[in-house]
Design a protein around this ligand. Structure first.
Ligand code: HEM
Length: 432
């Protein structure tokens, strides 16, 4: 299923059928695009559909037992503890840090001349990492930000799945990909170890001086039944989890938004006009967000056409039926935003970039036809954080610059861990 670039496996039938199932190299797979059936397995019967072995085999060596990969009581304790960080109020409080990160990026681009070529995909990763650092990490990464950025870009480039993991080879068999990324992995581990140790010491010495951020909430978390805290290893796993899950994702959305705007000059003029009217020459503030409706619609439509997570995968614990199709026990069940969001029975002109679909007052969209952030208990904890960071960053960029595709650049989406432009996306940024 998860081959080096799974986008290649979708055929015309996938965009027309509600459910397709069959045998693959990796066992029995059912691909579901019927919104009601997606609701059934992601929400109503979510206990029967767990994160599958393959996904865990691939992610656990890096993310350990952090929120993305943990299960059962351990997952519940972490999720409950971190919920406080992602309430609307808390996320709203992160707007100044997000705006400062975006302004720093635009300043850096502009000071190097009125027109310059920028590697948009890499720059967006740097921006989202900076925003994360200025919010849920309270600046803990600052000292090593440039180095972290390099490592992050390297990880993104290496993001394909190792064939040995795909077929379940034992953990002791050396993975070429993992060997190649070992220096980066070591760098990350040392960095994270230091951040966790520093906070542990601060909480022991002067608990009142510690910011109420990701690290503090993790150290304070207690299991509801046993009252036990999280181990230092789990705190560390979550730092890696949030660095991974919170950076490449929003970066992918921003990269594709800038690409789509460069291809649609009417949509671009409209976003520029909105930002000029709402924000003007100052930084974006939280109060601007409800007024940036076209900017938000551009982000929503970008996540429809270029969903950051193009495929969501589960394993059926016991046999089931979905839309009258038999689901064998221990088989794989998938819904693919890449397919669902372009499905011919769900969308009019599915291939066309049209942000008006998401404007207030537009015809209602079935909640289970549009799922960029997943659904059910494992829905993205960072969804509102990501949407806010995307809107703040896009408004800051388009307020000051126009970003165009370089003549002759071929843009091809590629499904690595997230959806990236194959070979990167160089663009020309011109001061407005
Ligand atoms: C456009 C940006 C983003 C997209 C499209 C996205 C998408 C997703 C999806 C689809 C899932 C569910 C995966 C599944 O059910 O198998 C998920 C989970 C998760 N996301 Fe995001 N994400 C984004 C940004 C973020 C950000 C900014 C953060 C953190 C600040 C974050 C942290 C997480 C975590 C920790 C989980 C695991 C939650 C759990 O299992 O309880 N994500 N994300």
């Amino acid at each position: 299923m998860l081959l080096s670039d799974p986008l290649g496996m979708w055929t015309s039938r996938h965009f027309d059928e509600w459910v397709l199932s069959g045998q693959s190299l990796l066992g029995h797979i059912t691909i579901v695009s019927d919104p009601a059936a997606i609701r059934s397995f992601m929400i109503d019967r979510a206990v029967n559909y767990v994160k599958d072995d393959l996904q865990l085999r691939v992610l656990k060596p890096t993310l350990g037992e952090g929120l993305f990969t943990a299960d059962g009581a351990a997952w519940k304790t972490q999720r409950r503890a971190l919920a406080a960080l992602f309430t609307p109020r808390s996320v709203g409080g992160f707007a100044p840090g997000m705006a400062a990160a975006a302004t720093a990026l635009v300043d850096r681009w502009v000071t190097r001349g009125p027109r310059r070529v920028v590697q948009v995909d890499r720059e967006m990763t740097r921006l989202t990492l900076d925003g994360l650092d200025r919010s849920i990490f309270s600046g803990a990464l600052t000292r090593d930000r440039a180095a972290v950025h390099e490592a992050q870009a390297y990880f993104a480039a290496m993001g394909a799945i190792d064939p040995l993991d795909l077929f379940g080879a034992p953990a002791w068999v050396p993975r070429i990909r993992r060997l190649r990324t070992r220096p980066v992995t070591r760098f990350f581990e040392a960095l994270v170890e230091r951040i966790v140790a520093d906070r542990h010491a601060l909480l022991a010495d002067k608990p009142g001086a510690a910011p109420r951020d990701l690290l503090t909430l993790l150290f304070e978390a207690r299991d509801a039944e046993t009252g036990e805290g999280l181990s230092r290893a789990i705190v560390r796993d979550n730092v890696l989890t949030f660095l991974g899950a919170g950076t490449e994702t929003t970066s992918s959305a921003l990269t594709w938004a800038l690409y789509l705007l460069s291809q649609d000059h009417m949509a671009r003029e409209r976003i520029e006009a909105e930002v000029d009217a709402v924000v003007g020459a100052r930084d974006v503030v939280a109060d601007d967000l409800p007024h940036l409706v076209w900017t938000r619609a551009v982000i929503d439509e970008t996540l429809r056409l270029y969903p950051t997570a193009p495929l969501i995968q589960r394993m059926a614990v016991s046999a089931d039926r979905l839309r009258n199709v038999a689901i064998p026990a221990r088989s794989t069940v998938v819904y693919a935003p890449w397919v669902l969001h372009r499905h011919r029975k769900l969308w009019e002109r599915p291939e066309v970039f049209d942000p008006t679909r998401f404007l207030p007052g537009a015809p209602a969209i079935d909640r289970f036809a549009y799922l960029p952030f997943g659904a059910g208990p494992r829905i993205c904890i960072g969804a509102s954080f990501a949407l806010q960071q995307a809107v703040v960053s896009l408004a800051t960029i388009v307020g000051r610059l126009r970003v165009d595709l370089l003549a002759g650049t071929a843009v091809m989406p590629e499904h690595r861990i997230t959806l990236r432009p194959k070979g990167g996306l160089p663009m020309l940024a011109t001061a407005r």
